[in-house]
Design a protein around this ligand. Structure first.
Ligand code: 6PG
Length: 236
C-alpha cells in the first residue's frame, strides 16, 4: 500500500492501556465527557457509533450512565446490508447492548436503512445527516486490514472535499459484501474522533498505521486530530 506522503498528515494521539477493561472504562468516560460538554454548550450531543464487536462493553457500560439522554442523537458510521432485525447488524448490537435500555427518544436514534436498496439507503441517510455540520463525537473501529467503518483498502474512501457523505460498498472483503458507509470526508467532520482498537489481530494494522501506510483509518482527518485508544501490547 502507498505511503500517505501526498495527504495532509493525520494528527494521531495514541492512548495505550494495560488492559482491555481499562481501555473500555476510559472510552466510556471520554464519551460521557464529550456529551456533557456538547450538551452544556449546544443543548444536544450528536454521536456516531462504531460497528463490529469491540465497542460492545463500552455500549453496555453506557446503560448505567447519568446523562441527559433526551439531548442525545445517535448515528451509525456504517451498516451492513442485512434485514433491519438481523443479529449481524451494527444497529442490532448497539440496541441490545445499550440503546434498548436507555431513554434516548426513538426519533433521535438515526438508523441507516441498509435493508433497502443501496443507493436509496445512502441517499436517505445523506438527507438525515444534512443538518449536522459537525458531529460532536465519532467512534470508529479498526479492521485487521486497516479498514474503518466500511471503508476498505483499495476501495472508494470518499476522502476528498467533494465526496458524498454516504457511500454504497458493493464488495466488502468482510461479510456482508454490501454495506452503507459514511465517507472518510463525512466521518472527519467531527469535533472529536475516537478509535477503539483491541485484540492481537489488530497489531499489523496498527504497525502500518504508525508507519504512515495509507490504510483507510489514516484517511480520517478531523481538524482536531484523532484519538486512538488501544492496548499497550499493540504498540510493541
Ligand atoms: C463492521 C464495522 C467495522 C469494524 C471493524 C472492527 O461493520 O464490522 O463497522 O469497521 O469496526 O471491522 O471490527 P471488530 O470490532 O469486530 O474487530
Amino acid at each position: 500500500m502507498p505511503l500517505l506522503s501526498n495527504n495532509p498528515p493525520q494528527q494521531c494521539r495514541w492512548h495505550s492501556f494495560n488492559t482491555t477493561a481499562e481501555l473500555e472504562q476510559a472510552a466510556t468516560q471520554a464519551i460521557l465527557q464529550a456529551a456533557l460538554q456538547a450538551v452544556n454548550l449546544r443543548g444536544t450531543f450528536h454521536i456516531v457509533l462504531a460497528g463490529g464487536t469491540t465497542p460492545r462493553h463500552v455500549y453496555e457500560s453506557l446503560r448505567n450512565a447519568d446523562t441527559d439522554w433526551a439531548a442525545w442523537h445517535v448515528y451509525f458510521g456504517d451498516e451492513r446490508c442485512l434485514p433491519a432485525d438481523h443479529v449481524e447488524r451494527n444497529s442490532w448490537m448497539a440496541a441490545q447492548a445499550w440503546l434498548n435500555h436507555v431513554a434516548i427518544p426513538q426519533t433521535q436514534i438515526h438508523l441507516i436503512p441498509a435493508e433497502k436498496d443501496g443507493q436509496l439507503a445512502a441517499s436517505a441517510y445523506a438527507q438525515t445527516l444534512a443538518g449536522i455540520e459537525l458531529f460532536d463525537l465519532v467512534l470508529l473501529g479498526l479492521g485487521v486490514d486497516g479498514h474503518t467503518a466500511s471503508l476498505f483498502p483499495g476501495q472508494e474512501l470518499g476522502n476528498t472535499s467533494n465526496a458524498p457523505a454516504v457511500i454504497v460498498v458493493e464488495n466488502a472483503p468482510k461479510y456482508p459484501p454490501q454495506r452503507i458507509s459514511l465517507s472518510a470526508h463525512r466521518l472527519s467532520a467531527a469535533r472529536k474522533v475516537i478509535f477503539l482498537v483491541s485484540g492481537a489481530t489488530k497489531q499489523q494494522a496498527v504497525r502500518n498505521w504508525r508507519n504512515r501506510v495509507a490504510i483507510p483509518a489514516a484517511a480520517i482527518s478531523p481538524t482536531n486530530g484523532v484519538d486512538v485508544y488501544l492496548e499497550a501490547a499493540l504498540l510493541a
